[in-house]
Design a protein around this ligand. Sequence first.
Ligand code: GUN
Ligand code: ZN
Length: 330
Amino acid sequence: MLPEQLKAMNLQIMLANTYHLGTRPGPKVLKKAGGLHKFMNWDGNLLTDSGGFQMVSLLKLAEITEEGVKFQSLNEHKNEVMLTPEHSIEIQNAIGADIIMQLDDVVSTTVPDKARIEESVHRTTRWLDRCLQAHQNPDIQSIFPIVQGTLFEDLRRISASEHIKRDVNGFAIGGLSGGESKDDFWKIVNLCTDLLPKNKPVYLMGVGFAVDLVICSALGVDMFDCVFPTRTARFGCALLMNGQINLRKKQYALDFNPIDSDCTCSTCKNYTRAYLHGIVTELPVACHLLTEHNLAFQLRLMKTIRENILNGTFKEFVKKFMEDLYPKKD
Ligand code: GUN
Ligand code: ZN
């Protein structure tokens, strides 16, 4: 997708990664370019994640100490690099995103070791203070703290209560969507949104399935990010209000309907399921067409959620959404 195509869809914010941009083109080039907005021709909003989570989740080689996250660099030298809270902020200042994230100590929800999780909660707060201290542009870039603590309610309470003492413009909930059950996931989101201030945005990191967007919006979350809609597009999957379809399946070979007749995206206006089926395993442009549709889907879903909240009809909307997604079997 080109930035100008995203703009034409009314998309307002994009996420970029400190870890990737710090490796290439690197902070020097980004600074000289006048920041990422200018460099990539995007005058909408940008948010950058701090890098530690990407290193820990992408590179199993990462090692976390009090100083920061140590990992093997992706550059040609393959040397060891230390990403400290200060260095993450230095790169994020060079990138110049409107919202930047603290470096956090992320532990997977599948780790049972409570002592390690408790350590990660306190370390995340210590790293938050180092990030706030290192930040060079607080007037134009807002740092969001990240609440950690996996599935332990007492640790989530400590994390949230520490972070709300800091003077910041918004908060994130991290460390979820990593293999825990939906019940556990929703319970922790509910707890965190109860604890965090109601007058500042709450951002749930790494969440993007339609059902989770609806439920977590109901629980009080305002912002989400996820690779899911664009990644699944590259596997031939198109998102619909009642689930998803994979256009690689033979059943679409003679289906001359659009992906979704309710969708106004240019893919649905101009191309059929049969056409997409024919190119989806052959031509990279199929990834583009499906990506455009899936982004339009996410934007439409979130717009519908906002409108129903403002109209006082959110409860009815959730009921209908769930009935469409999980129809009664007779
Ligand atoms: N992306 C998804 N989850 C997380 C998290 O817990 N921390 C950070 N920094 N990024 C994330
Ligand atoms: Zn569409």
